[in-house]
Design a protein around this ligand. Structure first.
Ligand code: SGN
Ligand code: CA
Length: 495
């Protein structure tokens, strides 16, 4: 080809290439720790009238709400390792939150692949995976659980302390700073804004302390559950509001440090005066827990609003996919509990909302079975980057486009490992489809080494009636046992 022809061709192709490049969408993934779907207005339910999440609701109104999004191990560090690797806990090896299992940062993670495929990557907030982050152009993370007030952050360069500041605000401010001032404006980006809130001990920002003060929060119907049909695990857990929730550190109404704390001293004094007992005390604990939890959510929701506003102001809103999700669900008094870990719906499920202008139908709802193993592949798919064969999820892009494939998964595998450990939830694995759930508790402190539960979610959505031994359920139990075996093989479960 003659030189002048070649120059003409290059001159013609270059702008096209630039356009193609520009079209790659940005991804902003806002995440929180222990945010229950029950406390997101868009998900409806008994707490909706409290209007706890106006900005997240707006995101849902502009995007897609996933009603059947689940995790594979309902606990923080394993869930995050799954999100980064697209693999189940037994393969990424971070089985629990303890030091006994270690996350090897050298392993394959979606952000490394995004980065080698032209994306800029940033991670700000809680990650709960000790060690140096890899695959991020910018990262600033909390050490371990982090602190609500005066938080420390770790970066590539060292530690920073944010004295006098509130963690949710710092994470938002650092994210906005990267988004507005630090990133390379010529590259598509993936920004992870991962909040600590509303994790225990539910310590809100000062400006939200009085929210819900004179409001009675509705209790769930099964608040006073006696676990009559359930196996040992439900009876022996240590996550019930009545006895495991602490009046000092959790509810800040006892203990010297709260007696003089301007935010809590009134509560402290009233609690001492009221001298509550029995059911009255348990009900007060629930009210106090829920209010502090919801107050923490207000800051997270505010963060969502601020990020959406910044995207709009920068003209990025049309080409940016915004995702809101959490590391697992949480009990808001259902079964009398707080915390997570169990394969029962409230902690097995997790919120997931995706806004993708021009692609996702505004206000749509998806009810396909989606799991946290799907995130990594979805991000790679959105970025048009290669998806490694050893990732175990499926991209949800077809679901976002309203074209669920016929062979989409019909059942999900679950496995929880942290026992003995905090909250004393026995080890268990299980399988669930849209209607049935089979759970096998096993190992230490499980009578005879194994106990089973089986639920018909259509007839018993609150999982109050374990029908594992009912003859009417025998056929379905057998089918689900076969399914469990099949999934163990499919996912190469070796534990
Ligand atoms: C802490 C909490 C637990 C919580 C774990 C794991 N106790 O240990 O209630 O289950 O974190 O949470 S606390 O009194 O120290 O707050 S996770 O989200 O990191 O998995
Ligand atoms: Ca968590």
């Amino acid at each position: 080809m003659k030189l002048n022809k070649l120059i003409c061709l290059v001159a013609y192709l270059l702008p096209l290439l630039t356009i193609a490049q520009e079209k790659k969408p940005n991804i902003v993934w806002i995440f929180s720790d222990d945010h229950s779907y029950q406390t997101i207005g868009a998900y409806g339910g008994r707490l909706q009238s409290l209007n706890p999440t106006p900005n997240i609701d707006k995101l849902a109104a502009q995007g897609m709400r996933f009603d059947k999004a689940y995790v594979e191990n309902s606990i923080c560090a394993p869930s995050r390792a799954t999100l980064l690797t697209g693999k189940m806990s037994h393969l990424h090896k971070k089985l629990d939150n303890t030091k006994k299992t270690v996350f090897d940062h050298d392993q394959q993670q979606f952000q490394k692949i995004l980065r080698t495929n032209g994306y800029q990557t940033a991670m700000i907030g809680k990650i709960h995976l000790p060690g140096k982050m890899q695959g991020f152009d910018y990262w600033e993370v909390l050490p371990g659980q982090g602190k609500y007030y005066n938080p420390d952050f770790i970066t590539e360069e060292g530690d920073t302390n944010y004295k006098g500041e509130y963690v949710t605000d710092v994470i938002t401010e650092r994210a906005l700073n990267w988004l507005e001032n630090e990133r390379d404006q010529d590259k598509p980006f993936m920004m992870m804004v991962h909040h600590k809130a509303p994790h225990r001990n539910w310590d809100p920002a000062e400006r939200y302390m009085n929210k819900y003060e004179d409001i009675e929060i509705p209790e769930p119907d099964n608040f006073f559950d006696d676990y009559a049909t359930r196996t040992t695990a439900a009876h022996k857990q240590e996550m019930d509001i009545a006895t495991s929730m602490k009046i000092d550190s959790d509810l800040k109404a006892e203990g010297e440090r709260y007696a003089n704390d301007p935010r809590y001293k009134e509560r402290y004094a009233k609690f001492a005066q009221d001298n509550l007992k029995g059911k009255e005390l348990v009900k007060w604990k629930y009210q106090t827990y829920m209010k502090d939890y919801l107050r923490c959510i207000w800051s997270v929701d505010e963060s969502v609003g601020q990020i959406m506003k910044s995207l709009k102001e920068q003209g990025l809103d049309e080409n940016t996919i915004v995702i809101y999700s959490s590391d697992q669900g949480f009990y808001m008094g259902e079964h009398g509990w707080f915390d997570k870990r169990f394969m029962y719906e409230e902690s097995f499920r997790t919120p997931l909302i995706v806004k993708w202008p021009g692609k996702v139908k505004a206000g749509s709802v998806n009810t396909d079975l989606v799991q946290n193993i799907d995130f990594a592949e979805t991000f790679l798919d959105l970025a048009d980057a290669p998806i490694p064969d050893d990732m175990q999820g499926k991209s949800v892009v077809p679901l976002l486009e309203g074209k669920a494939p016929k062979d989409w998964r019909k059942s999900m595998y679950y496995h929880y490992y942290e026992y003995p450990g905090a909250h004393a939830v026995r080890k268990h694995e299980g399988v669930a489809n849209k209607r049935y759930k089979l759970i096998r508790f096993y190992g230490e402190d499980v009578p005879n080494g194994e106990e089973w539960e089986f639920y018909d979610l259509e007839k018993d959505p609150s999982e109050m009636d374990n029908i594992y031994n009912s003859s009417a359920a025998a056929k379905q139990v057998l089918e689900m046992k076969k399914e469990l075996g099949k999934l163990r093989v499919q996912y190469a479960v070796n534990e």
